[in-house]
Design a protein around this ligand. Structure first.
Ligand code: ADP
Ligand code: MG
Length: 491
């Protein structure tokens, strides 16, 4: 997502108001070549991704022109182009150099809502590969650690400002905020953030790094991954520059190492990392690490390291709940300049539940279809996109789901809900199940009655009324209802 910083950066690029003014024949020729080259690129890409990915992300891209060894293509949004760069960087890079040659470049031109005539038809040129993998740090910094040439590897698009907070990441965020105010000096050293893929670990730890730089301009913050650390170490051995390697890493004020699970099994690298860790820790420098699993499950990782992690804070990021998924969609769509109707936000948040990355993918695909294919922004479009992304038909909640949930909650067999018993707990659970069935399914009163031992429709209405009364008068029933309601909503 573009944050303020990258939006500012964008304005440095020229707004493309000149594209149509180039001499006719040259433009036509450049356009033909562009199309031919792009078709070749697409052929390669098609062989390397699934048909679904191809249709969603590559088919919408149109070739515009070829000039000065630069192929300009049209993409539907800034977000779309960042997503492609994030996810398919190496595939694009390989393809471009194979088809167009090593020194060729890909330029994106972003179309700002073509369908809206009031909007200035601005396009923005972005050089492709905005955040190319940095060359090894070792070569960049000499022994004197010249600040001017120091590369943090931080991506400015990951900030605290565009990090949505919720229950699932509250603690990790709070620790990150504290660290950014006083790196190395809080109890959270090291900070280890773990959690499943796509839940925001990289975003958060880079956000901390960016915030530290804002607060302490001269601080040396380095973001790296365990893989890059390993590669640097191997290079140092090969080039006989171990001392530089050691000096460089020990000159860092805040060291962020992403995805430490890849250290597992690499004995020599871990040993080296252990010494780097100790040296930094003793100097009260900040260390921030991420992993896709809790440190105790990092098999084959040096026991000494695992015990070091206990010195600070180990915190997980969990799956976002429904409300948070909605908040993320809302924030990201507003950042994209699109106001999503709330029913679309609810729909996507309800069915795209695996990760925030998947949520983002759905949103980008939706915006692409809306701007590029001129489809109306409605529930049908959301359904189309969600089905494509999750590849599963969203399943509506059924009466059986509700019976099972309620009977588990009240710790009684499903049969009790269907029985004629008038015992208070059983009657209450049954009324709750009936009330939820009325809310969550499209069933008529008659069909609901049929699902509860053929009760008639006035009994069903009475049950609903009873629960509604309890919701006002009885906090424990209200709490039960809220819990069950939330569970069904996030199903
Ligand atoms: P991980 O490192 O855990 O695999 P990432 O940090 O790469 O996950 O997050 C995946 C995507 O989701 C990124 O584009 C990131 O910006 C976005 N994202 C994750 N968490 C949040 C959040 N809390 N608020 C906003 N965007 C988020
Ligand atoms: Mg990550």
């Amino acid at each position: 997502m573009p944050d303020n910083q990258s939006r500012d950066a964008l304005s440095l690029f020229t707004h493309d108001k000149t594209s149509g003014k180039t001499a006719g024949t040259l433009t036509a020729d450049g356009e033909k070549k562009a199309i031919a080259y792009w078709i070749k690129c697409l052929e390669i890409i098609k062989d390397n991704v699934s048909p679904h990915i191809f249709n969603t992300w590559f088919e919408p891209i149109k070739a515009l022109r070829w000039e000065n060894k630069q192929l300009t293509v049209k993409v539907p949004s800034q977000f779309f182009c960042e997503w492609i760069e994030d996810q398919y960087y190496s595939l694009l890079q390989k393809t471009i150099s194979q088809v167009l040659g090593e020194d060729a470049k890909l330029l994106y031109q972003i179309v700002v809502d073509e369908s809206d005539s009031k909007v200035d038809k601005r396009t923005i040129k972005l050089p492709a590969f905005k955040f190319p993998p940095q060359p090894s740090n070792i070569g960049i910094v000499d022994g004197t650690s010249d600040r001017k040439t120091f590369t943090t590897n931080l991506n400015p698009k990951y900030t605290f400002n565009n990090f949505v907070r919720g229950e699932s990441n509250q603690l990790a965020y709070a620790a990150g905020l504290a660290i950014s105010q006083d790196p190395g000096k809080t109890r959270y050293n090291p900070l280890v953030v773990y959690g499943d893929v796509g839940l925001g670990k990289t975003h958060l730890v880079q956000g901390i790094g960016n915030k530290i730089l804002q607060n302490y301009k001269k601080s040396r913050v380095l973001y790296t991954t365990s893989e890059r650390f390993t590669q640097d170490f191997i290079n140092a051995i090969q080039n006989n520059t171990q001392n530089e390697f050691i000096n460089f890493y020990r000159s860092i004020d805040t060291l962020i190492v992403d995805d430490i699970q890849f250290f597992c099994g690499k004995e020599k690298t871990t040993d080296n990392f252990f010494h780097t860790f100790n040296a930094l820790y003793q100097d009260r420098k900040q260390i921030i690490l991420t992993s896709d699993r809790p440190p105790r499950d990092l098999k084959d990782l040096d026991e000494r390291l695992i015990s070091r992690y206990q010195w600070g804070l180990i915190v997980d990021i969990q799956q976002p709940d429904l409300e948070m998924r909605m908040a993320i969609l809302q924030k990201k769509s507003v950042d994209e300049g699109i106001e999503l109707p709330v029913e679309i936000v609810e729909y996507i948040a309800k069915y795209v539940t695996n990760s925030i990355r998947e949520l983002e993918g759905t949103l980008i695909s939706l915006i692409a279809k809306y701007t590029f294919e001129n489809k109306p922004l409605n529930l049908a479009l959301a359904k189309e996109v969600v089905n494509g992304i999750t590849k599963k038909e969203p399943k509506p909640v059924t009466i059986d789901d509700i019976k099972e949930l309620v009977s588990n909650y009240y710790k009684m067999p499903v049969e009790s809900l269907e029985s004629q018993s008038r015992k208070h707990e059983i009657a209450l659970a049954r009324q709750m199940a009936i009330y939820l069935t009325k809310q969550f399914t499209q069933l008529s009163l008659k069909s609901i009655g049929a699902g509860f031992s053929n009760r008639d429709h006035s009994t069903i209405l009475h049950s609903c009324q009873t629960i509604e009364n309890y919701l006002v008068t009885d906090p424990s029933v209200k709490a039960a209802y809220e819990h069950l309601h939330k569970t069904l909503k996030s199903k």
